[in-house]
Design a binder for this molecule. Structure first.
Ligand SMILES: [Fe+2]
Ligand SMILES: [Fe+2]
Length: 277
């Protein structure tokens, strides 16, 4: 099995294009899967440069409805044609990022930038899940993750509209992918808006397994206070993790902190990074 980072904020192997977003291609004996699609600028270009054929993908999984994980859907669908796209029903919520700059409030749309009908016309067959499910043999999606830790809080600048009301985005749709391998679980995160530790604890609870061969993807750790980050690091150190390949919304501060803690077991999951077992 091989997981290759196709889209990410940074370029690591002098190959491809960096963009704000995340996408990973998972190649297995039973088929290839695409987890997220980046924001749309690099998914096709990078897959070609990395010698990956997106026409081979069996299923697409969406971690949540942010543009930087879903914006590449049309480009992938134009190549692939009819394909199952697994996501939580809230993936289509209208979402905004609100920032205050120079005492002025700026709102930016950050939701999935395309209508469901348009994506379906390109071949997307949406299959929605809210619960933990096995989508293929040994391949699981978490569905909604219960928020249990006290230190993982929702990002205060992200909002969503539900039934005409704009509220802080609680990201019910945030889900992660799990591959059950003979070396342990591989957990692939989109943005970990549910909280990385909440996700890990839920995966342990649902699978009954606690050994992670690898954790890869966006952790959103940079949006926590230094104290919250330390709580997360403390919890990670108690978890059996062989390799940790963070990237995207992890941020440099948190990535450096994890490198310090995990040493050789740490890698940065930039474009072209490969995890092989
Ligand atoms: Fe993201
Ligand atoms: Fe996100």
């Amino acid at each position: 099995m091989r997981i290759t980072v196709i889209c990410e904020n940074t370029v690591g192997r002098r190959i491809g294009l960096g963009e704000h977003g995340f996408s990973a291609l998972i190649e297995t004996d039973q088929g290839n899967y695409l987890f997220d699609t980046g924001s749309g600028h690099s998914v096709v270009k990078n897959s070609l440069e990395l010698n990956k054929d997106l026409r081979t993908i069996k299923k697409i999984f969406l971690s949540h409805g942010h543009y930087d994980h879903t914006g590449g859907l049309p480009e992938v669908l134009k190549l692939r044609g009819k394909v199952d796209v697994h996501a939580h029903p809230h993936v289509f919520l209208d979402r905004v990022h609100v920032i205050e700059e120079n005492e002025k409030e700026t709102k930016r749309f950050v939701g999935l930038p395309y209508k469901r009908k348009y994506l379906e016309s390109l071949g997307a067959n949406f299959i929605f899940n809210k619960n933990f499910i096995e989508v293929e043999k040994g391949v699981f999606l978490t569905g909604e993750v219960p928020r249990k830790t006290s230190f993982e809080k929702p990002d205060p600048v992200l909002f969503a509209e539900i039934d005409g009301k704009i509220n802080q985005d609680v990201f019910s749709d945030d889900q992660s992918l799990i591959l059950d391998t003979n070396k342990g679980l591989i957990l692939v995160l989109g943005c970990a808006h549910s909280g990385m530790i909440n996700i890990i604890n839920y995966v342990i609870h649902k699978t009954g397994k606690e050994k992670f061969y690898a954790i890869l993807g966006g952790t959103h750790l940079d949006f926590l206070t230094p104290e919250q980050l330390e709580e997360s690091v403390k919890a990670l150190k108690k978890t059996k993790i062989e390799k940790i390949g963070v990237c995207h919304c992890t941020g440099m501060r948190a990535a450096f902190r994890l490198h310090q803690e995990f040493g050789d077991r740490f890698f940065y999951g930039s474009v072209g990074s490969i995890l092989e077992i």
